[in-house]
Design a protein around this ligand. Structure first.
Ligand code: N01
Length: 537
């Protein structure tokens, strides 16, 4: 339906068609029967996975927990092939889901939202797209992901570079052929650590520019056996239950034992076994690892020794293991032959903390010490995380107040779900929610279900408007800060969790670090107390 201005009128508009947008669309359309559409900037579903097609792109959550769990039939119908799903397989999965539930007919692709304004008199959101279309909806739900705004550092001279350059989060669909090329890669976060071994396998030479040394644990990826595939099918409900009982929405539990109370020899054997098993589970070896620096030091020391034992050149090993933050205080990468890659004759590590990058020249990358001639530069330099995807939509709430101004000193909201002054706007996995500290599909399902139940409640009660109360926002922002302060996470002062990777961005710890279990309870309690902290009318 269109209004007199020609704008399409809807009950709800969802922005994004990744994991979050697809499920939110399904909930609102098929469970509540609303008129709803999803707008998606990409030409297909997938969200973050649609854009992140870089070599080696693979999920760090294990496949049997990296999926939707709302439908037992869906869980029976889909079969993962590897321990960790690669980007192409995740894309196949999300397309399978979208087709199975006939979602694509309500998704408008190639449509980027450039403005969203709340019209108080009409109690409607007016949303404008890059192509100039307007949508009007009572509810606006952002499902824009946490890591979808690529960060290309503003290096002087980039435009003069004679070769080709790419950001990993905006990778060309046709791929990039590295054969016979001198490739430079800037960044050694989860992405760079996944990409380096794959690039090195075909490039003539790979030069990795490392600013902050990083931990990594082997992923130990492998094809799933048919026994394990059968186990997943038979135990899907049990696996789902575990992801709802664990701190990070993962399929493994954190051990109860304390590193600081475990004898050194026994502790070493536990770390060794965890290293062999591989994956993010390494972090779960001891209960005190993320809250007690002395405990964390034992894990950090173990990984640093592993790096030095793998990397043959002592100088390279020293640069890679000179890590200045606690283990997993930044998002811990997992890898396939990352440190081993530095033993290849065609790979060089450059320490750009010691000699920073000064500029990009037509020939390559120039540090304070040397110029490195390159044919291709890969920016594995991360994202304007969590707030970036929200702020670039130019959202204005009541009285035309811009979200940019409200979040000038950092994100402020209630439960990561709603912002005071922005009625009927919901943010799936927004800052202030567990989001990136949780296995994402678990966090997404919880948020989409909560939002769906909330809108259903409003319809039952004949309510038109919901908005976070300023005092609830105040308290929640303090709670998010407080909870983070009880962990070691803020000790990594250069982390994107804090916004520290973007020059000028306010330093505020953004995700809720109290764990998914506690967060879920808080959200349920809020509802049980009549949507405490929200104004409903
Ligand atoms: O980005 P990052 P990412 N000069 O921000 C460096 C998720 N993910 O794309 O640490 C030189 O972690 C920067 O250096 P420093 C996951 O949540 C998930 O790797 O700022 N270097 C750092 O080394 C992850 O955490 C999967 O000093 C510069 C790197 O670039 C998140 O995505 C897989 C620089 C950026 O690391 C982001 O990871 C992959 C500069 N000017 C990623 N600017 C899954 O499994 C930045 N750097 C789902």
């Amino acid at each position: 339906m269109t209004d007199i201005t020609g704008a399409t009128e809807l009950d709800a508009l969802v922005v994004g068609a990744g994991f979050a947008g697809l499920y939110q669309l399904l909930c609102l359309r098929d469970r509540l029967g609303l008129s709803v559409k999803a707008l998606e900037a990409g030409a297909g579903v997938g969200g973050t996975w649609y854009w992140n097609r870089y070599p080696g792109a693979r999920c760090d959550s294990e496949s049997h927990v990296y999926w939707y769990t709302f439908s037992p039939e869906l869980m029976r119908e889909w079969e993962w092939s590897e321990r960790y799903p690669g980007q192409p397989e995740i894309m196949r999965y999300l397309n399978f889901v979208a087709d199975r539930f006939d979602l694509k007919r309500d998704i408008q692709f190639n449509t980027r939202v450039v403005a969203a304004e709340y019209d108080e008199a009409a109690n409607r959101w007016r949303v404008r797209t890059e192509a100039g279309e307007t949508f009007v909806a009572k509810f606006l739900i952002t499902a824009v992901g946490c890591l979808s705004t690529a960060n290309v550092p503003k290096f002087e001279g980039l435009e003069s570079f004679a070769g080709d350059w790419y950001h990993t989060g905006q990778w060309p669909h046709e791929g990039v052929d590295f054969t016979g090329k001198r490739v430079g890669m800037i960044g050694t976060g989860s992405t760079g650590i996944q990409a380096a071994p794959v690039i090195a396998a075909s490039a003539e030479h790979l030069t990795v520019f490392q600013r902050t040394a990083n931990y990594s644990v082997p992923a130990r990826n492998a094809p799933l056996t048919s026994e394990f595939q059968g186990y997943i099918k038979e135990n899907a409900a049990g696996i789902r239950a575990v992801t709802r009982e664990t701190l990070n929405g993962m399929g493994f539990r954190i051990e109860e034992r304390l590193a600081v109370e475990t004898p050194a020899e026994e502790r070493e054997a536990i770390y060794e076994a965890a290293w062999e098993r591989g994956g993010l589970q390494f972090r779960a070896a001891f209960k005190d690892m993320m809250v007690d620096k002395a405990a964390n030091d034992t894990a950090a020391d173990f990984v640093k020794r592993k790096i030095r034992s793998i990397v043959k050149d002592p100088r390279t090993a020293a640069i890679l293991s000179d890590i200045d933050h606690p283990y997993a205080a930044k998002r811990p990468p997992i890898d396939t032959n990352y440190f081993e890659t530095y033993n290849r004759a065609n790979v060089t590590l450059v320490d750009v903390k010691a000699a920073p990058i000064q500029r990009i020249t037509p020939a390559g990358v120039c540090t304070t010490e040397a110029e490195y001639p390159l044919d291709i530069i890969v920016f594995a330099t991360g994202f304007d995380a969590m707030t970036g995807p929200m702020l670039r939509m130019n959202i204005r709430g009541r009285d035309g107040v811009a979200l940019q101004d409200v979040w000038d000193a950092g994100p402020r909201n209630y439960l990561g779900l709603q912002i005071a002054g922005f009625p009927n706007l919901f943010t799936i996995t927004g800052p202030g929610s567990p989001s990136v500290l949780c296995n994402m599909p678990v966090a997404i399902e919880q948020h989409a279900d909560w939002i769906t139940d909330c809108i259903a409640h409003m319809r039952t009660k004949g309510l038109e408007r919901i908005e976070a109360r300023p005092e609830a926002v105040e308290k929640w922002v303090a709670e998010v800060n407080d909870v983070a302060g009880k962990t070691l996470l803020p000790l990594a002062t250069h982390s994107w969790y804090l916004g520290a990777n973007i020059p000028g961005k306010p330093r505020v710890f953004m995700p809720y670090a109290g764990g998914m279990v506690r967060y879920r309870e808080i959200c349920q309690d809020v509802v049980a107390r009549g949507y405490e902290g929200f104004a409903l009318a």
